[in-house]
Ligand binder design. Sequence first.
Ligand code: ACO
Length: 330
Amino acid sequence: MKVMQKIWDSAKKDLKTIILPEGEEERTIIAAGKINDNSLANLVLIGNEEKITTKAKEVMANIQGVTIIDPETSDKTAVYAKELYELRKHKGVTEEKALKIVKDPIYFGTVMVKVGDADGMVSGAIHTTGDLLRPGLQIVKTTPGTSIVSGTFIMQVPNCEYGDNGLLFFADCAVNPNPTAEQLATIAISTAETAKKLCQVEPRVAMLSFSTMGSASHEFVDKVRKATEIAKELRPDLQIDGELQLDASIVPEVAQLKAPNSNVAGKANVLVFPDLQAGNIGYKLVQRFAKAEAIGPVCQGFAKPINDLSRGCSADDIVNVVAITAVQAQ
Ligand code: ACO
């Protein structure tokens, strides 16, 4: 838990306001108590106040000082509905429809983040990735200069010499099924920034392929090569190289043979996968076979931080994702 301890410490230094829209859900309420007890963030729980306080007593969660907002009764509902209407009227959303949509806690929370009444949001204990990401993509949108949102896993691999003593960042493992070269370049840059911001590591980014520096020819390889060029051009200050096979990226001896002139090969700590199938399978392989801790997905690229949970998450997972979101918001 070394990585998470660092993130907790950062979160405590500058408290941010984080929304938990699944406010009536038991694990969320237990997590709210822990976040409150550890002063990791100021919290807003969305839901019915009586239901939340009754459940909090049942599970002995200290939610004193936590703000509870019910979209059914809040005087903010009409304000947020108007905001939502203005943002989405070009997509056919009417004022009447906006009022109905905004009563959905995830939409309510997303608009709240958008207008600056909160700094970030964490959800997904009882919703799918799409249920959470879609409102975020439609309303909060991407940060200026970033074209897409993507998802990184912070991988902490035990007894491992690769990356930074087993600490690596894998992307995109969660959002974009088949990124273009331009989008892949964005994913690389976003992941480098995430590594710096959350874990204060100096990123060394490998653009992964089944080819190393021209050893194979295929349109898939061309995409990774082009993405590497774009990323390098956009951010000459970052260490990014490719295309590289996984072994050439992380094993110094292999790098020496296959890519001796690369400043990244053999010591990469950020691995950018060519598509979502590779990324999603890749992080799960390392998680299961190497018994790695996989923290995430950390969503990157949103104008304000929004993060997803697995529906199988524990209360402690929620606490950690709130801490990550709070640090992203700093
Ligand atoms: N970044 C920024 N904006 C985006 C992105 C993106 N990656 N993807 C879509 N958008 C925008 C679109 O431009 C659109 O905006 P607009 O309405 O203002 O025009 C809006 O979001 C909706 O776009 P759609 O194409 O309709 O997106 P869709 O509703 O299909 O869903 C989603 C987007 C949910 C992210 C989809 O790409 C998806 O399901 N991805 C895979 C998620 C997944 O299953 N991951 C694996 C499991 S997670 C895990 O294992 C950890």
